[in-house]
Write a protein that binds this ligand. Sequence first.
Ligand code: ACO
Length: 338
Amino acid sequence: MSEPAASSPKEIIPVRIAGTGSYLPERIMTNHDLEKSVDTSDEWITSRTGIRERRIAAEGEHTSHLAAKAAEKALEQAGIDAADVELIIVATITPDTLTPATACYVQQHIGSLRAVAFDVSAACSGFLYALELARHSVGSGAFKNALIIGAEKLSSFVDWTDRNTCVLFGDGAGAAVIVPSTNGDGRILSCQLGTDGAQAELLNIPGGGSACPVSIDAPSDKLAFLAMQGREVFKHAVNAMKKAAIDAISAAGLTAKDIKLLIPHQANLRIIDAIVERLEINRDDVFINLDKYGNTSAAAVAIALDEANRQGRIESGDKVLLVAFGAGLTWASAIIEW
Ligand code: ACO
């Protein structure tokens, strides 16, 4: 795996997270539900991944609807009117449509008509890619605020007959509002991004793009579904997330002991345990909710950040480490002083 590419310079104006929000669809699909449709067991899924259940969006509930609901909660907590939002970045690999961007639908749903809106495609690392873009966009003074959202409706891109993948994923959305940090009231201390396109084949949705168009009449042998070489991805995930975490800690001038809470990508409990062991972070200082939601890709870190915030797991001045890994391959990390 290549060295992480982007180690960002200091922004001009420090920025902070002013509000977070999340939304999970109502329908719960348990491991026992999956036992009825594929050759699997609650015991296998729980022991290999830690996942017990996941949420599934309703018919007609698109990625942009999940995103808009999370966004409204984040804006409410930030005390910012939707009409005053200047930038919307949606991180997703399950857009409503290939074009326009899901961010355009979100703009419409929440009424942020002045905002510039676009999507980022970096799979499970997408929310942190959006965070870094927002940090520079607001930090440069080009935008007064930014609404960043990780949102996925993976249930539309999962082959429900493939036990290797269908047990892993779920739907959901999380959001955060980025504003200048004017009174020393928290700030984003560091962000690290990396990509290894040479490993693109390990985890992808091969059909549906220009390389392999897929139509409803000729679904091309399930090419529009998520395909993954799980064991290989697992190894890369542990190594890349560990390195990204160490890089973010050192770029912020901290040590692992300074971290109050680690919020890792929620793909597999065994991946999280391997990282925690190598980082020497106390297991009690790690936020985990994958048992309830499975892997929600770009939404996972965003949902976990909002839940940690609303559960009072983060207090003013705490240093929070976010770290993610996904298709691309991509990886990303950030340290936030709350
Ligand atoms: N139920 C029962 N058995 C299963 C299931 C299932 N749901 N799925 C696979 N198996 C079987 C396999 O067929 C295999 O059987 P075999 O030995 O007879 O061939 C056996 O279990 C072991 O399979 P492995 O793939 O070796 O299982 P592993 O322990 O690696 O776990 C998993 C698989 C959970 C996918 C793991 O590799 C993993 O978490 N990988 C990383 C996932 C990840 O982090 N993705 C990144 C982000 S996703 C994104 O970007 C969208």
